[in-house]
Design a protein around this ligand. Structure first.
Ligand code: SPQ
Length: 430
């Protein structure tokens, strides 16, 4: 795909639905008794993988183009699939489903694309084995395809997470809610809490201690069907927040953005970097808001510690932001970036270096010096949606043409990304 720089972004777009919440709405809808409706479901490739996976397990799910309707079968109503289930590129699908399938008395194999086949699964397999399920990776490894032989007799667990991961936490919660007894999970740092929020929304009970890291749940739980309205995804909004801040003469607003506090690290960091960003029209009940952003005179900052899980998926686009900030920005404690759809530390550094950025990978993050003018280059998403969108935003301020290879990866989380960008382009291309 050929991309040109832009002189200005103006106007307003509605941010597409939250990917994490969309996945979970299908999972909870399937495991509840009764009908669940989901409006504003994200029809990106990852969430469609979850939807199709539960159809393969015998859950009736229909989509009339507006609303997804799930006829929940309860924990005992899932049926074995007649062949391995393809979950595409989606780490959330495979890891959370491992927890769900750990409590089923049949065997399921989950596999995905080449990227998923390289992502570590021991982090989920080890605690689920401790609870009594049998899980095996490809040829005895920890990598997909993963076969899960579940049991109705799962044991409770007390588990200290070795990594800050909402997916590992959620997989254990899905297993613990099917067995009998009380499980305790202690997080390394608080991570996104959408699973805990949905347990409550669907009529279950769960406790999170004041430290926000110690979570207790007692099984078995029972859920009843709900109406779910999915807010927009702050991780998708992040690309346009940065686009608005770095493109000259820009003033844009992003409506319906989810602002669950476990996800808003980017707002804190953009404030620290002196971005012209305002949160308006907060809707407390739906935890959403409109975000307004203008071209900004940015300052460097340091990003480390407990804030990292609150902006983990935004770090590639924050790295681009830092190339336009005065001073040295340091991103630390972010080694988890190495095991995402790509090694996002290397991918971010190497692709932005091609465009002239002063960015150096470190063992646990990135060091970025700015401000540095960028120039067009042939760059590659490497099959990672977030790297693809970050590079497309970089092209807005790069001198000359940028060629983005494997741009189609963006469909994983934001199928309308280029259409939304086009709607904001107000200036002549330079
Ligand atoms: O689903 P997948 O592929 O793991 O997606 C990513 C992403 O960038 O979209 C990570 F690559 O988001 C994860 C996120 O990094 C989604 C997620 C969730 O919905 O629970 C949690 C985070 O992963 P983790 O490993 O920190 O739990």
């Amino acid at each position: 795909m050929k991309l040109q720089p832009k002189n200005s972004l103006q106007g307003s777009i509605q941010i597409p639905a939250d990917k994490s919440i969309s996945h979970r709405s299908i999972m909870f809808g399937a495991l509840a008794k009764g009908t669940t409706t989901v409006t504003n479901f994200l029809r990106g490739e990852d969430c469609l993988s979850t939807l199709h996976a539960f159809q393969r397990l015998g859950v009736p799910i229909t989509d009339d183009g507006t609303t997804i309707t799930i006829e929940g079968v309860g924990f005992s109503g899932l049926q074995p699939a007649d062949s391995p289930i393809d979950v595409g590129n989606s780490g959330t699908t495979i890891r959370l489903m491992m927890g769900i399938l750990a409590g089923q008395n049949f065997s399921t194999t989950l596999f995905g694309d080449d990227s998923l086949a390289k992502r570590p699964m021991n982090r989920v397999m080890l605690p689920l084995r401790e609870m009594g399920a049998i899980l095996t990776g490809d040829n005895g490894s920890e990598f997909p395809p993963i076969t899960i032989r579940g049991t109705r007799e799962l044991q409770p667990i007390s588990y200290q997470l070795p990594v800050a991961s909402a997916q590992v936490k959620s997989a254990i919660l899905f297993a613990a809610m099917q067995g009998s007894g009380t499980s305790t999970i202690i997080e390394k740092e608080p991570t996104r809490n959408h699973t805990e929020e949905m347990i409550k929304q669907f009529g279950g009970t769960i406790e999170t201690a004041a430290d926000e890291k110690t979570i207790t749940i007692t099984g078995p739980q029972q859920f009843s069907g709900q109406e779910v309205i999915v807010p927009g995804d702050i991780s998708s909004a992040a690309f346009f927040l940065v686009a608005g801040a770095i493109t000259p003469n820009s003033q844009i607003s992003l409506t319906n953005v989810g602002i669950n506090p476990s996800r808003t690290g980017i707002l804190t960091i953009m404030e620290a970097m002196k971005a012209n960003l305002v949160v308006v029209d907060q809707d407390q009940q739906n935890q959403s808001a409109t975000l307004a952003i203008k071209t900004s005179d940015l300052k460097a900052t340091t990003i480390e510690g407990a804030i990292i899980p609150k902006l983990i998926d935004e770090l590639p686009i924050i790295a681009l932001l830092a190339t336009q900030a005065t001073g040295t920005t340091r991103i630390k404690d972010a080694e988890e970036l190495k095991v995402k759809e790509t090694n996002r530390i290397d991918a971010t550094a190497e692709e932005l270096q091609k465009m002239g950025a002063d960015i150096t990978p470190t063992a646990d993050g990135l060091t970025i010096k700015g401000p540095t003018p960028l120039h067009g280059a042939k760059v590659d998403s490497r099959g990672d949606h977030r790297i693809g969108m970050m590079l497309a935003v970089a092209s807005l301020i790069a001198q000359g043409d940028t060629e983005l290879v494997r741009a189609e990866a963006i469909n994983v989380s934001y199928p309308g990304f280029f259409a939304d960008l086009e709607n904001l382009v107000a200036g002549e291309t330079s």
